[in-house]
Each structure stands twice: as structure tokens, then as C-alpha cells.
Design a protein around this ligand. Structure first.
Ligand SMILES: Cc1cc2nc3c(=O)[nH]c(=O)nc-3n(C[C@H](O)[C@H](O)[C@H](O)COP(=O)(O)OP(=O)(O)OC[C@H]3O[C@@H](n4cnc5c(N)ncnc54)[C@H](O)[C@@H]3O)c2cc1C
Length: 316
């Protein structure tokens, strides 16, 4: 049985959860979705469309979020449910939790898988290694294996004809010696990059951090996520959290706007699966212009204000 730890926002499954469930469906066999924390019961009905059973738990020790307590819950339930595979998202939280689960279960841990395949007695995965210069194939042979899956590398799950059964489960969590005693969150109205259905990315061609206002303005009109190339991040113009590419995030939006981006292989490996690519570049010979569905040749300082104005007009 495959136990899928489903990330959610208290009301809906996150895209990462739909991808994990999709990966589990592709592997085949029985799927149990695990929904932890506040809002689990609301999210359970959605998870039931994709799994044969759903386990939910709203234990007080799961709030506020703590990797230790979530790991304890997942590990305990993996044993109770007799799972042979535990899937978690390769999100930041998922990568915090998954190794802790593996240690608790004394199970092998395969990190940041991009492809998964069942083999005799275990699992084979592919993942990037050595700063994404190498794609490694790994095999784990064990009765129980823990895997984190790189976001935006899997097809999302398809709802099945029958709804899975939902079970409320009791946890016996032990209080952690470490308590979260305060938390402030940066406020941003912008959609998270890996969840965005539209992404606007700026590269070195933006010329300065101030000029990224063109990217932000366009993204805000569209309701899109903001991305950056490594060149823009290394220059200190944008935070690493926005980096798209082999050593950044993988995105798969409906439309990807690459502005002042040359299209290096390391960048394209993180956005090449976008459904539609629009590039703005002053040089028609750049690699990004070859893969773009719409290539706008011109100075971005002239093109972007026109694009922003056109997008605003469409919205009004
Ligand atoms: C191991 C490794 C991992 C890497 N990982 C990543 C990664 O995760 N993500 C990533 O992005 N890169 C990554 N890189 C770096 C990558 O190789 C490129 O260097 C980088 O993507 C280039 O960023 P860029 O397109 O912004 O800059 P450039 O290649 O310098 O391109 C700038 C573009 O802007 C255009 N331009 C300039 N001025 C204007 C203007 N006024 N109007 C319109 N167009 C203009 C230029 O024609 C050019 O095409 C990695 C490299 C290595 C070796």
C-alpha cells in the first residue's frame, strides 16, 4: 500500500498533493491519502476522489506546524496502515519531514525523485545530483521505503469513479522538547511560484533590480507568480526562492513568460514543460526564442510597458 502525505492549505489539497497522488496512481496498487492538521476533515472529501482510503487527524500537537510532530504522525500511521511506500512532497516542508520519517521507520530514504518505478522488492527512482549536473538512478530494496518527490515533475492525479473511505485516526504524539513560541509571516498577495498557473520570469536582461518592477507589475495584472534566472539571483537582484531551473524550482504553468532570459539548458530544465512559452528578447537567435510559442523580438523596456497596458485593458 502507498501512503501519500497530502499537503493542504486547510481548505484544499495543494498541487504537490495532487502530484503525489498522481505519482501513486501511476505506480499502481492501493493508495491511502494522509491529511494532517487543521482543516483535514474539509480536505478529506477532495482527497477521497483520488485514494481508496483517506486517514485524517487534527491533533493539537500538529499545530503550529512542526516537522518533528508531523514526522512522528506519518511514521506511526505508516506502520499502522502497513505501508510499503511513503510519498511526501519535495517541498521545503516535505524535505524537512521525509528524512525524519525514514529515521523513525529505519527505512531507506530516496530524495527529490523526478521519476519513480516499482521493481522487484523495492523502488527505482531518478533524481538530480551534484548541483543538478548529473541525473542519478537509485534503487532501494526494502519492505518500506520513504520518498520525497520533486514538485512539478509528476502529472496530477485523476479522480476515480469510486470515492475512498475516510477514517478519523487518533495519534499518540509525544510533546516535543522544542516549542514554536513565535512566528511572523511575510505578507505577499502573490501566488506561490510552484502553484502558479502563470509565471513571469525576469533574467539578466532586466539590467537592474529596480527594473524587475516591470516583471512584478505584469505578474500582478495577470495574477501570476514571479520567477528569476540564476543570473538575476546571483546578482542579488531577486531572492533564491524565485529561481527557476535545475538548481532552483521546477514549474509547469499554463503559460511561462521569459523576459530578458537567454534560455540556458539549466534554466530550461526547470520550465521546459510549460504548456505555452512567451519570450521577450532583443536577440532573435537566443535558445529561448527557438522554444518559444510566441517570441517577441525587441527591447524589453519598450515591450513590457506595452504588454502591461494590453493585459490591463483585457482585464477591464
Ligand atoms: C550547475 C549549474 C546550475 C545552474 N542552475 C541554473 C538554474 O537553476 N536556473 C538558471 O536560470 N540558471 C542556472 N544556471 C545558469 C545558466 O547556465 C545561465 O547562466 C543563466 O540561466 C543565464 O541567465 P539569464 O538568461 O538571465 O542571463 P543571460 O544568459 O545573460 O541572458 C540575458 C538575456 O537577456 C537579453 N537581453 C539583454 N538586454 C535586453 C533588453 N534590453 N531587452 C530584451 N532582451 C534583453 C539578452 O539577449 C540575453 O538573451 C546554472 C548553471 C550551472 C553551471
Amino acid at each position: 500500500m502507498i501512503l501519500v502525505h497530502c499537503e493542504h492549505d486547510g481548505t484544499r489539497l495543494r498541487k504537490s498533493a495532487l502530484e503525489m497522488l498522481g505519482a501513486a496512481q501511476a505506480l499502481g496498487g492501493e493508495i491511502t491519502a494522509l491529511v494532517l492538521g487543521r482543516g483535514s476533515s474539509q480536505v478529506a472529501a477532495e482527497a477521497a476522489k483520488y485514494a481508496s482510503q483517506v486517514l485524517i487527524a487534527e491533533d493539537a500537537l500538529l499545530e503550529p506546524y512542526s516537522a518533528r510532530n508531523h514526522a512522528q504522525a506519518i511514521a506511526d500511521l505508516a506502520v499502522q496502515a502497513e505501508a510499503s511506500l511513503v510519498l511526501t512532497s519535495g517541498s521545503r516542508a516535505g524535505r524537512e519531514v521525509a528524512p525524519r520519517v525514514a529515521v523513525r521507520l529505519d527505512a531507506p530514504y530516496l530524495e527529490d525523485a523526478t521519476q519513480l518505478e516499482l521493481i522487484d522488492g523495492g523502488l527505482r527512482v531518478k533524481h538530480y545530483a551534484y548541483l543538478a549536473r548529473v541525473t542519478e538512478t537509485l534503487e532501494a530494496i526494502a519492505p518500506l521505503i520513504v520518498v520525497s518527490v520533486k514538485p512539478n515533475t509528476q502529472a496530477v492525479a485523476q479522480p476515480s469513479a469510486n470515492l475512498g473511505e475516510v477514517f478519523e485516526v487518533e495519534l499518540e504524539l509525544t510533546p516535543s522538547p522544542i516549542q514554536v513560541v513565535g512566528r511572523t509571516q511575510e505578507k505577499t498577495s502573490r501566488v506561490a511560484l510552484t502553484e502558479a498557473s502563470l509565471v513571469v520570469t525576469g533574467g539578466r536582461g532586466m539590467g537592474s533590480p529596480e527594473n524587475f518592477k516591470l516583471i512584478e507589475d505584469f505578474a500582478d495584472v495577470l495574477g501570476a507568480g514571479v520567477g528569476a534566472t540564476r543570473a538575476a539571483v546571483d546578482a542579488g537582484w531577486r531572492p533564491y526562492a524565485e529561481q527557476v531551473g535545475q538548481t532552483g524550482k521546477t514549474v509547469q504553468p499554463n503559460a511561462y513568460f521569459a523576459i530578458g532570459v537567454s534560455g540556458a539548458v539549466q534554466h530550461m530544465s526547470g520550465m521546459g514543460k510549460s504548456k505555452l512559452i512567451v519570450a521577450v528578447n532583443k536577440n532573435a537567435d537566443e535558445p529561448i526564442m527557438k522554444v518559444a510559442d510566441y517570441a517577441i523580438i525587441g527591447d524589453l523596456n519598450a515591450v513590457m510597458p506595452a504588454l502591461i497596458a494590453a493585459a490591463k485593458k483585457l482585464k477591464d
